[in-house]
Design a protein around this ligand. Structure first.
Ligand SMILES: [Zn+2]
Ligand SMILES: [Zn+2]
Length: 344
């Protein structure tokens, strides 16, 4: 198969002929139809999130089952699928409870093994990790369901429990942040989008934000308190910096819910726990979404409530994967999701 392979951190990936992946007995090999290029792929490429070299990145994928292992009963060749970027082992107490997103033996295509910047990708524990795509949903529009859209959906619904009419603040309008803006608006929340880049805030407005807040001009928490009359009911830090994490907590009204989605790769991060006590705030970490929790989101995709194609900024071929990673050396500034499209 052909794959975009990098030999070292920061070295431009090259289109290379490599061996096809072996099909795990409990898993499948997926022929990739489309793969998003996510900032997490860039972090791995830069060595912020170590991988085994040489490496094939890519974890936001949609495609067709090409081969199923002998232990797989629910899936067969030809099924159109996507996969959560955190794949559970399918056997531990967390996977059996439906929480594969925190499986201690999790695998992640594009991080713990070869990913979807390739014509084929192997996925373990297919019964735990595969999600059927609605008929008629294009692979390009479906790719984001593996990472940014699912991550944002679960943060807002499982942890944020955002309801129609509530104020939702989204800090950082990159891939996950813009997905959260779109999903929040679809759920009926009144969305405030926070970023330092004017183009990102413009995109947020197009995707349903009622207010945008320039984080470079004033303290966003003070601006949000003013607009909302006391603070947001739910706030998401989709960026993952000490500053945005603290701001997300500070912008909440009493008894509000903060959801930390940005990975905070820098390590332990101070949080204003004094406010969490005095205002009875709820603070959550959110790490993707297990396949078991996908159905409500897929219903909204299938009926057109969530239009994931609106998140796509550009479609490229596999040969341009390296350039798409290199383009992330600067801030994304609302450019939209770059999707690698394969001939399928
Ligand atoms: Zn991702
Ligand atoms: Zn597990």
């Amino acid at each position: 198969m052909r794959a975009a392979v990098y030999s070292g951190y920061g070295i431009m990936p090259e289109l290379t002929q490599v061996a096809d992946p072996a099909c795990p007995p409990d898993g499948v090999v997926i022929a990739v139809g489309a793969s998003g290029v996510c900032r997490s792929d860039w972090h791995a490429w830069k060595g912020h999130d170590p991988v085994v070299l040489p490496h094939i990145g890519g974890h936001e994928l949609a495609g067709v089952v090409a081969q199923a292992g002998p232990e797989v009963t629910r899936w067969r060749a030809g099924d159109r699928v996507t996969v959560p970027f955190v794949c559970g082992c399918g056997r531990c107490e967390y996977c059996l409870a439906g929480a594969a997103q925190v499986c201690p033996r999790q695998t992640q295509p594009g991080f713990t093994g070869p990913g979807s910047f390739a014509e084929l990708v192997a996925i373990h524990a297919a019964e735990t990790n595969l999600v059927a795509l609605p008929d008629g949903l294009d692979f390009t529009a479906a790719a984001g369901l593996g990472c940014r859209v699912a991550t944002a959906f679960r943060a807002l619904t499982a942890h944020g429990r955002v309801r129609a009419g509530e104020w939702l603040a989204v800090h950082g309008c990159g891939g996950v942040g813009l997905s959260a803006v779109m999903i929040g608006a679809a759920l009926g929340a009144r969305v405030l989008a926070v970023d330092v880049a004017a183009p990102a805030l413009d995109r947020a407005r197009e995707l349903g934000a009622e207010f945008t807040v320039d984080a470079g001009a004033a303290d966003p928490a003070a601006v949000i308190a003013e607009i909302t009359g006391g603070g947001a009911h739910v706030s998401v830090d989709a960026l993952g910096s000490p500053g945005t994490a603290a701001c997300s907590v500070r912008c909440l009204r009493r008894r509000g819910r903060h959801v930390q989605v940005g990975l905070l790769l820098g390590g332990p991060t101070p949080m204003p726990m004094d406010l969490a006590v005095a205002r009875e705030l709820e603070l959550y970490g959110s790490h993707g979404m297990s396949a078991r929790d996908y159905p409500p989101m897929m219903t909204m995709v299938a009926d057109g409530t969530l239009r994931t194609e609106l998140l796509v900024g550009g479609v490229i071929g596999l040969a341009d994967a390296g350039q798409a990673l290199a383009a992330m050396n600067g801030p994304s500034e609302g450019a939209g999701m770059t999707v690698i499209r394969f001939a399928l």
